[in-house]
Design a protein around this ligand. Structure first.
Ligand code: NAP
Length: 246
């Protein structure tokens, strides 16, 4: 990954931060996006710099087209190209469908699904011109299996799979691969709010018997981001301790 330029959305914390750290360790130049957590984003950037990486921090909301265009422009202005895009930014707004506010449905779709579309669109011309690109989109086990109380989130993550496969077909001849990673239950801020009893219930659903770490996901992401993953495209790699086959 030496001197490859990687954009990571939602890189301030959690899975996005770990992806940034792994790519920094492998020699990539990083463009780290975040929406609100400036201090945590600075911390990620500092840790990546300690690993020897050049880093650009860019604040922006992936559900806004102008922010996505600006993010790609900032990367090209700073480093001249974009080789890797990790569409990691995501949120949850859980609730039962019957009582779910339309605004909560829309916001989750806007960030998780439309944001992924907007970022792929923003980066597409640059990657096609380069005849090189690695796009990794963050889906979820929930996008494959569904989950009571997460209709909006599951729909957004199932949509990410459709986007991934479709765009993979559109750019397969241009040296650009597009894959998705579908994490299972991973220990981050996103899952920290769930009580210990909910976590214990989830653990029972995981064949390996253990909750995953951000590192487990970053391992798969950085593999797909490498040059040698060239012949893998349009795939969904589940990293879930077997949850999706249980
Ligand atoms: P997290 O700890 O809550 O971090 C979310 C990241 O997304 C933060 O960096 C946040 O930025 C950023 N973000 C949120 N909305 C954004 C927006 N509109 N524009 C730009 N950035 C935005 O989440 P995580 O657990 O690391 O999850 C990362 C991805 O993996 C998400 O797509 C999530 O759906 C997916 N995933 C997670 C799990 C899990 O169990 N944790 C399972 C399956 C899939 P700020 O810090 O600035 O707010």
């Amino acid at each position: 990954m030496k001197d490859r330029v990687a954009i990571i959305t939602g890189g301030s914390r959690g899975i996005g931060r770990q992806c940034a750290l792994d790519m920094a360790a492998k020699g990539a130049k990083l463009v780290i996006n975040y929406r609100g957590s400036q201090e945590m984003a600075k911390e990620t950037a500092g840790l990546c710099k300690e690993l020897g990486a050049e880093v650009l921090l860019v604040k922006g909301d992936v559900s806004k087209e102008e922010d996505c265009v600006q993010l790609v422009k900032a990367a090209v202005d700073a480093f001249g190209r974009v080789d890797i895009l990790v569409n990691n930014a995501g949120i949850t707004k859980d609730g039962l469908l019957m009582t779910m506010a339309e605004a909560d449905f829309a916001q989750v779709i806007d960030i998780n699904l439309r944001g992924t579309f907007l970022m792929m669109k923003a980066v597409s011309r640059q990657m096609i011109r380069q005849r090189y690109g690695r796009i990794i989109n963050m889906s979820s086990v929930v996008g494959i299996m569904g989950n009571a109380g997460q209709a909006n989130y599951a729909a957004s993550k199932a949509g990410v799979i459709g986007l991934t496969k479709s765009f993979a077909k559109e750019v397969a001849k241009k040296g650009v691969t597009v894959n998705a990673v579908a994490p299972g239950f991973i220990e981050t801020d996103m899952t920290a709010a769930l009580g210990e009893n909910v976590k214990a219930e989830y653990e029972k659903l995981i064949p390996s018997g253990a909750i995953g770490s951000a590192q487990d996901i970053a391992n798969a992401v950085s593999f797909l981001a490498e040059e040698k993953a060239a012949y893998i495209t349009g795939q969904v790699i589940s990293v879930d301790g077997g949850m999706s086959i249980a």
